[in-house]
Design a protein around this ligand. Structure first.
Ligand code: PAZ
Length: 354
């Protein structure tokens, strides 16, 4: 048999893993039970929950990355991507998840990189990644991009895919060689919130050069750690029904805008399924959190059209039928628009002497 070499160590993938359940953790009875139906505010959330154990490693990777780009006066985008999970057990067998594949985030990260930004990619572990997204989660196996060489002695990339893969690989190689892409994973909503807070606070060294692009699909409800059972829920212990009593996730965007990253430009996404409420919900978020831009999108049409909602008004961005036929990524239009707004926003702040 051919000996199997260990897999390549990725120049971009984080050494931190978030998907394995925290098997050592027991239910934490030192934490008081949350009163039912009382919203947990942002500060209490961070006070009452333990931070993920790997956070210090991420903190030093993020600090090094930001210092590197700050010295070079390069703008940095924090792109969040993919869906968060809500575990129902500490030794997690069951969890609540959502639909997000991370397409928006992964493709947006590529367009930020192409436009001269460095990117911190805060993503759901094993969701789509910049560049490799073209060959993963596609319905094909990556082996289908390969073929046997003419003499049958080795494998090579199929001629059909050579040209496109060469272009994608060149961009990936440029991003990795120049330390332009930092991957930071999360799996649970808990890990997401702690990591977002940490990265946001570190990003303050970038001043106005920091841009937040929040495309992740973050759970609206969660199970507080004081109520999570340690082991797999046993049907014979709970009777015939599993009744799950979730709390609302604290409105982290408020803290992000007010105190974690008060001088950065912040773009959030708002997803709805009912087109009659999309604009009002997006406008509501903009008013409530007082940040710069909400991009509204509908689950059904999110890959073809989005709406930019700012205090000044609304503007739809929509792919033409030809662009849809040519598989144009809508993010190739969204991201340059955001970059323009970021530059205008920096100039306006500077004019105001802020
Ligand atoms: O990950 P994806 O490409 O399948 O979907 C992208 C999206 C719909 C999650 C994103 O565009 C978005 O709207 N994020 C925010 C969701 C929300 O919390 O409202």
């Amino acid at each position: 048999p051919v000996p199997r070499p260990s897999p390549p160590s990725s120049p971009v993938l984080s050494k931190v893993h978030t998907s394995a359940p925290d098997t050592k953790a027991a239910i934490d009875r030192s934490i008081p039970e949350f009163p039912a139906a009382t919203p947990i505010d942002e500060d209490n959330y961070f006070r009452l929950h333990k931070s993920p154990p790997y956070l210090s490693q991420i903190s030093s990777d993020v600090a090094d990355f930001l210092n590197f780009h700050n010295k070079r006066h390069r703008k940095v985008a924090l792109v969040t991507s993919g869906g968060t999970t809500v575990p129902l057990e500490n030794n997690t067998v069951r969890f609540i998840d959502n639909f997000s594949a991370g397409t928006r985030g992964a493709s947006s990260a590529e367009y930020f990189l192409e436009n001269g930004y460095a990117v911190i990619f805060l993503h759901r572990e094993f969701s789509l990644l910049p560049y490799s997204r073209h060959y993963s989660h596609t319905g094909n196996s990556f082996l289908d991009y390969l073929k046997l060489s003419d003499d049958g002695s080795k494998v090579e990339i199929d001629d059909k895919y050579q040209k496109e893969m060469f272009q994608v690989y060149k961009k990936y190689n440029k991003a990795t060689k120049n330390n332009l892409l930092l991957m930071v994973p999360f799996t649970t909503v808990h890990q997401y919130l702690f990591t977002l807070k940490l990265v946001a606070q570190e990003m303050s060294v970038m001043g106005y050069d920091a841009l937040f692009y929040l495309a992740a699909a973050v759970s609206d409800f969660f199970l507080p750690s004081s109520r999570i059972p340690q082991h797999k829920i046993q049907s014979k212990e709970i009777g015939s029904k599993l009744v799950v009593d979730l709390e609302p996730v604290p409105k982290f965007l408020r803290r992000l805008v007010d105190s974690w990253a008060p001088i950065a430009m912040i773009v959030s996404f708002k997803l709805e399924t009912d087109n009659t409420i999309l604009i009002s919900k997006a406008r509501g978020a903009l008013k409530r959190y007082n940040h710069q831009l909400v991009i509204g999108n509908l689950l059904q049409t999110r890959k073809k059209k989005v709406v930019f909602v700012t205090p000044a008004g609304e503007r739809w961005i929509e792919l033409t039928p030809d662009q849809i036929k040519d598989n144009v990524d809508i993010e190739s239009i969204i991201v340059p628009e955001i970059i323009k707004l970021h530059s205008q926003w920096i100039s306006s702040r500077q004019r105001m002497g802020l």
